[in-house]
Design a protein around this ligand. Structure first.
Ligand SMILES: [Zn+2]
Length: 299
């Protein structure tokens, strides 16, 4: 078993046949690691676009890959053949965030006439490193960049030519070598040859918006009084607003009223239920409203 960290640089170009912009892969870089995470081989190829004779200015600025370098490259089909041969078997493919997988799928669909990147097993390194950073006490809310993660882990990036496929892969390898955690790592390796892998990849989490949805466990719609713990009576219909169902409840024992809220987020393999019990807001009555209005003004 070995590991391959794969990175790609891509640029958007208009595909006349499909009448749409495609994020065409223009560079493939990868680093092969043995079981002890030592670098054993490096892959680095520049790809010649099949749909454009130029590259965007932003792409040149970010990657340093000029139009001339791109035009000197090999076709994407040849690059992928070469990569698959280099990859070998019994490999876990690793990328920094699974967004690369969407780009691979897009290229396979529009630019590769039936050829495919071979990915047998897969691991999202960003997910793994974010988990490690949380264990170290960092608060990670959104997806973090590779260079930011390196900074948080005390790895200097000066010697890397960031945003080139090869060096981004090398930096990933350095992060992994420094913060390997076998149990967490093994746990994130997925079988990319099973259909479920792609079902999960393309699954978009959503909030349930119909109270009659079969996924809703009716027990989660019951609320209990915070004072006397008895089951409360719902006074209104469930109203759906901003991903939450809301209803007014009353405790038939003590008479206390509450606003109860519940939300259901469907993820690929889970249903996340959140519940809240709130004291009803004190409504501004007509009297104090008038009182505010009737503050005397000096003329
Ligand atoms: Zn009560």
């Amino acid at each position: 078993m070995h590991y391959v960290i794969l990175d790609m640089e891509w640029d958007s170009a208009y595909h006349k046949l499909y009448k749409r912009f495609v994020n065409q892969i223009l560079q493939i870089g990868a680093v092969k690691l043995d079981e002890n995470l030592n670098i054993v081989d490096i892959f680095d190829v520049t790809v010649k676009s099949s749909i454009s004779k130029r590259v965007s200015r932003r792409f040149v600025e970010l990657t340093g890959i000029t139009k001339e370098m791109m035009l000197d490259g090999i076709s994407l089909g040849d690059a992928v053949d070469k990569y698959n041969t280099w990859l070998g078997y019994d490999t876990v493919t690793i990328t920094w965030s699974n967004s690369d997988l969407y780009t691979i799928a897009e290229n396979e669909k529009y630019l590769m006439s039936g050829k495919k990147f071979r990915i047998d097993k897969y691991l999202d390194l960003q997910k793994f490193i974010q988990g490690e950073l949380r264990l170290l006490g960092h608060e990670i809310k959104s997806q973090i960049s590779l260079s930011h993660a390196a900074e948080l882990l005390g790895i200097t990036t000066e010697s890397y030519d960031l945003h080139t496929a090869k060096d981004d892969s090398l930096l990933c390898a350095a992060l992994l070598k420094k913060h390997y955690n076998e149990a967490a790592f093994e746990n994130l390796i997925k079988d990319a040859s099973s259909p479920e892998f792609y079902n999960e990849l393309y699954f978009k989490p959503y909030y349930i918006s119909r109270i009659s949805d079969n996924l809703i466990d009716k027990k989660t719609l019951d609320f209990y009084c915070e004072k006397c713990e008895s089951k409360m009576k719902r006074l209104t219909k469930w109203r759906y607003h901003n991903n939450w169902f809301n209803a007014n409840f009353v405790c038939t024992d003590c008479g206390k009223k509450y606003v109860c809220r519940v939300s259901y987020k469907k993820t690929y393999d889970n249903l996340i239920v959140k519940r809240r019990i709130l004291e009803p807001k004190v409504k501004q009555t007509k009297e104090n409203h008038d009182a505010v209005q009737s503050v005397p003004t000096t003329v």
